[in-house]
Design a protein around this ligand. Structure first.
Ligand SMILES: C[S@@+](CC[C@H](N)C(=O)[O-])C[C@H]1O[C@@H](n2cnc3c(N)ncnc32)[C@H](O)[C@@H]1O
Length: 298
């Protein structure tokens, strides 16, 4: 077994706010005896929560052969064969013997759509969700905002390093994004805009390839941050920004040349979403072209 895979799942289970959010969302969404489909079941964490909250039967779909072995072992040891059926394969293609009341999944990437959650859930829902069935999460949004780091990350290249300048490093910046875990919360200088918004289950995804950030306060613009916000239910949501202790997701940072900005300025952003290669769309390949809107420009 690849230990990195186990560690990845361990990190996800150790993310207490993530687990608490799903616990609450399933408690709200399930009725006694509901049939549940867990899409991308991994270590069965969400399947077990669903059983805990009264599911009558859970179909746990998993594509990774190593995680399937682990899940089969857990079902055996917990004597869950009657209540939990493990289904091997890509969730987009598997067939189930009955329709479900609830689909639950956690396939959010750092930016949201990397793991094609909306597309996978749409394919599953079309085949197995009962009319009026529920999907947890029900909505996934990718958000962008302009930020000033608090003396960390890309904000380190300042003009005062013990009296010397490090800011010329910014001249070497490229448009590519990198992942970052905030140690200290940055200042958000602009409004927050949605670059992608998916209603899960219906598969309706709205992409905004051209958008504007309105700067709401003065500061030093360092970067654009990209992150996800998932609505698990009407009252339970989960986001990877601001970073919280134990958060297993990083955020994406598009570094910019540092620049002093004032409230009222606007940044124009063109979002170039990469084409899927072998079904995978890498978030690091998202490119943002940023420019300042000149005074008087529409
Ligand atoms: C982020 S993990 C979540 C695991 C578990 N549900 C949890 O919340 O801890 C996503 C899991 O989905 C599986 N997966 C990804 N795409 C899938 C697909 N198309 N069909 C079935 N499983 C998939 C991965 O192998 C991985 O185990």
């Amino acid at each position: 077994m690849d230990q990195r895979l186990l560690l990845m799942h361990q990190t996800m289970l150790a993310d207490t706010p993530r687990m608490r959010a799903y616990d609450q969302a399933l408690q709200q969404s399930l009725r006694p005896g509901d049939i549940v489909v867990d899409v991308g079941a991994g270590t069965l964490a969400l399947s077990l929560l669903a059983l805990h909250h009264g599911a009558g039967h859970v179909y746990a779909i998993e594509a990774d052969p190593q995680m399937l072995d682990v899940a089969a072992h857990l079902i055996e040891v917990n004597e869950l064969k009657e209540k939990l059926t493990l289904v091997a394969g890509d969730a987009r293609a598997v067939r189930l013997p009955e329709r479900a009341d609830v689909i639950v999944t956690e396939m959010m990437g750092n930016l949201g759509p990397e793991e094609e959650m909306a597309e996978v859930v749409r394919a599953v829902a079309r085949r197995v969700l009962k009319p009026g069935g529920r999907v947890v999460p029900r909505r996934l949004i990718t958000r962008l905002a302009a930020i000033e780091f608090d003396h960390e990350g890309w904000g380190l290249w300042s003009d005062d390093f013990h009296g010397y300048r490090l800011d010329p490093v910014c001249d070497h910046v490229e448009a590519a994004a990198h992942l970052h875990f905030f140690q200290r919360e940055p200042r958000v200088l602009s409004d927050v805009v949605a670059a992608a918004d998916s209603a899960l289950g219906t598969g309706n995804t709205q992409l905004r390839p051209s958008l504007r950030l309105h700067l709401a306060q003065a500061g030093t613009l360092h970067a654009i941050v990209g992150y996800f916000a998932a609505e698990l239910t009407g009252s339970v949501s989960l986001a990877n920004f601001p970073s919280y202790p134990g958060c297993n997701w990083a955020v994406w940072i598009w570094p910019l040349r540092h620049r002093a900005v004032t409230a009222g300025e606007q940044i124009r952003i063109e979002v170039h979403r990469p084409k899927a290669r072998a079904g995978i769309r890498l978030a690091g390949d998202w490119r943002l072209e940023c420019g300042f809107v000149r005074r008087g420009e529409a």
